[in-house]
Design a protein around this ligand. Sequence first.
Ligand code: L34
Length: 286
Amino acid sequence: MTAAILDGKAVADQIRSEIAEQTAQFVAAKGITPCLAAVLVGDDPASQVYVRNKQRACENSGITSRLHRLSAGTCQDELLALIDELNRDQAVHGILVQLPLPPQIDESRVLQAVSPLKDVDAFHPENVGRMVQGRPRFLPCTPHGVQQLLLRKNIPIAGSHVVVLGRSDIVGKPMAIMLMQRGAGGDATVTVCHSRTRDLPGLTRQADILVVAIGRARFVTADMVKPGAVVIDVGINRTESGLVGDVDFEGVREVAGQITPVPGGVGPLTIAMLLHNTLAAARLQT
Ligand code: L34
C-alpha cells in the first residue's frame, strides 16, 4: 500500500483564505487592521526563513506585520524592554518571539513577559493553563495546525489511539492534551512517547494516528508504523540531502495510509494558525 499524501500546504491555503475574508470583515467593521509584531533575536538562518514566511502570510491575509530584529548578543533586559513596549503599544495585537533564543536569555522569563492577551503563540503560563483546563484563549500554532488538518481531512480522532512521539512544550505536550480533550477534535486515547520510552516501536505500531515531533531526521522507520496508519511529521531537519522530516518518508509511505510531506506539510499549517490567533487577538483587544 502506498500512502496518500496529506497536503498541509493546500489545507493551509484554504485556512488562510478564510482568515483573509474574516480579516477584511473585521477591518470594515472596526476600522482597525490586525497587527503582528515578530521579534527575531540573532541570525539563525532557519528562524529567518520561518519569520519571513510568517510576515509574507500576514501581508497576504490583510494583517499588518512588523519585524523587530535584535543582534545575537542582545541581553535579557533589552529584550524585556522591547516586549514591554510592544505590550503597551495599542496598535500591536499579537507578539511573537521566535524561538530558539540565544543562550544568555532565559526563555521562560521572556515568554511570561508577553501580555497573555497578545500571546499568539499561546506559550504564556496563563494560556497554557487555560488550554489544559479546556477553556483556551489561544491554541499553540503547530498542534492546532495538526488538529485542523485531521479535522478537515475527516480523519477520525474520537476513540482513535494517537501516539505522540516527543514531549516538547511547543508541540508534544500541547498536542497530547488537545487530542485527549473532550469534544470536537478531541476524545482520542493518547500515548506520549519520548527518547526514554521502552520498546518504542511496540508502542508506535499501535497508533492509528502517529504524530512525530522528536527532532531527529528520519527517526521513524517503516517497521514502527501500523499498516494504514495516519502519520503526521512535525519534524524539519536540514541535512546534506536537503530538508527532511522526523519520518523516513520513502520507507513509511509504503506502509502508512496517509502521510504528511516535509516541506509542505505541518510547517504551512503552523503559519496559518498564527494568522488565526492574530485575528483573534485583535478581536479580544477591540
Ligand atoms: N515562537 N518559535 C515560536 N513560535 C513558533 O511557532 C515556532 N516555530 C518553530 C520554531 N520556532 C518557533 C515555527 O514557526 C518551527 N516553526 C516553523 C514555521 C514555519 C515553517 C517551519 C517551521 C515552514 O514554513 N516550513 C516550510 C519550509 C520552510 C523552509 O524552506 O525551511 C514547510 O513547508 O514545511
